[in-house]
Ligand binder design. Structure first.
Ligand SMILES: Nc1ncnc2c1ncn2[C@@H]1O[C@H](COP(=O)(O)OP(=O)(O)OP(=O)(O)O)[C@@H](O)[C@H]1O
Ligand SMILES: [Mg+2]
Length: 337
């Protein structure tokens, strides 16, 4: 048993079960694709094992239909701990959902603008951005831009202006509801323009629990929490769950933690395996079966203005995000719908 979960006590489990729907979330089993049925033989080397595992993944993913949700699923990707893979998860899940035919919008709510970079969206000072929506009186529809040549994927970028938004919002009326209202306007705008409704809106949150993240929690119905497989992995999780509970009690009763995704997983280390075991023990309903491995391809894709799903679609990282996206699509989304 590792000592990395300083905050992961029974309080976490109890808190989480209070603000989740209580309905066991069980994704349907993947088809029976074993090494034998796809003709992949066992190997003695780590590289051979990896190649074999990726071949199995491709077989499992091939031809799988992503079920369209009955209503737009708005998902905040949040963890106030920095560098745990929020942005990588937001953009790569979104790209994988888009490849699966889901009409997906990413809202970059982090002043760092990393999601905008990864999606190849212009986020120079002149670009219309989420700041202009939250504080400039612009509609969300005006700030939506397509993401490169990828079908079904759009982004609302974040510019450097957003770094002042936490302070500027403080004295604004309805400061927690700015994104919620913008999302409502977007929905009505699309209906008026007879545009297809969006299937997913993924919000990339900053590494803090300030007003921007609060806006995401009020606008969303679901929270996806990425957890990095490392020591102190669950440090701060109690505070995150308490914040979600407060929002649920006062601002948004629909909010639900629907998924916990383990990122930067290295199966060769005992630590990573221990983290997976402990997170699964504490949060059996929320933890996703798919895990995201530590992968150079995932780290380098943003440098090319791409997600790993388009940058190297056959890499282990891309396949892992595709698996995670399919699992998310197949899970009932808490209170959604
Ligand atoms: N699976 C992975 N394998 C290797 N590197 C990764 C992986 N996921 C993320 N990274 C890298 O780790 C760093 C942090 O990732 P990311 O930006 O997604 O985290 P974050 O939680 O959004 O960070 P922040 O809190 O600053 O917003 C980045 O340099 C990213 O490229
Ligand atoms: Mg980020």
């Amino acid at each position: 048993m590792v000592t990395c979960f300083q905050d992961a006590d029974s309080e976490d489990s109890a808190a989480l079960s209070r603000h989740t729907s209580g309905v066991p979330i069980q994704p349907p089993p993947l088809p029976d694709v074993s090494r034998e049925t796809v003709g992949v033989s066992a190997s003695d080397t780590p590289l051979g094992d990896q190649v074999a595992a990726d071949a199995l993944r491709k077989m499992r993913l091939r031809g799988r239909m992503f079920p369209r949700p009955s209503d737009t699923r708005v998902i905040a990707v949040a963890n106030q701990k920095g560098g745990v893979g929020k942005t990588s998860t937001a953009v790569n899940m979104a790209a994988a959902l888009a490849v699966g035919g889901e009409r997906t919008l990413v809202i970059d709510l982090d002043p760092q603008g990393n999601a905008s970079t990864a999606l190849g969206a212009d986020h120079g000072a002149e670009a219309l951005s989420i700041y202009d929506v939250l504080l400039g009186g612009h509609g969300l529809a005006e700030a939506v831009v397509p993401c490169g040549s990828q079908n079904n994927l759009w982004c609302v970028p974040a510019t450097i202006d957003l770094s002042g938004a936490e302070i500027e919002l403080v004295n604004e009326p309805k400061r927690e509801y700015r994104l919620y209202e913008a999302l409502g306007d977007l929905r009505r705008h699309r209906r008026r323009m007879e545009e297809d409704r969006l299937d997913y809106i993924i919000i990339d949150c900053p590494p803090s629990l300030g007003l921007l993240t609060l806006n995401a929690f009020v606008g969303a119905k679901e929270v996806l929490i990425p957890i990095q497989c490392e020591y102190y992995a669950l440090e701060g999780l109690s505070q995150l769950l308490r914040t979600i509970e407060l929002v649920r009690d006062s601002l948004n009763p629909m909010l639900d933690v629907t998924a916990i995704l383990l990122t930067m997983y290295d199966p060769r280390t005992n630590l990573a395996r221990d983290v997976v075991r402990e997170v699964t023990e504490h949060f059996p309903r929320q933890v996703m079966r798919a895990t995201i491995p530590r992968s150079v391809r995932i780290a380098e894709a943003p440098g090319f203005g791409q997600t790993v799903v388009t940058y190297d679609p056959h890499s282990t990282g891309a396949l892992s995000y595709q698996e995670a996206a399919l699992e998310l699509a197949e899970r009932a989304g808490g209170n959604h719908g």
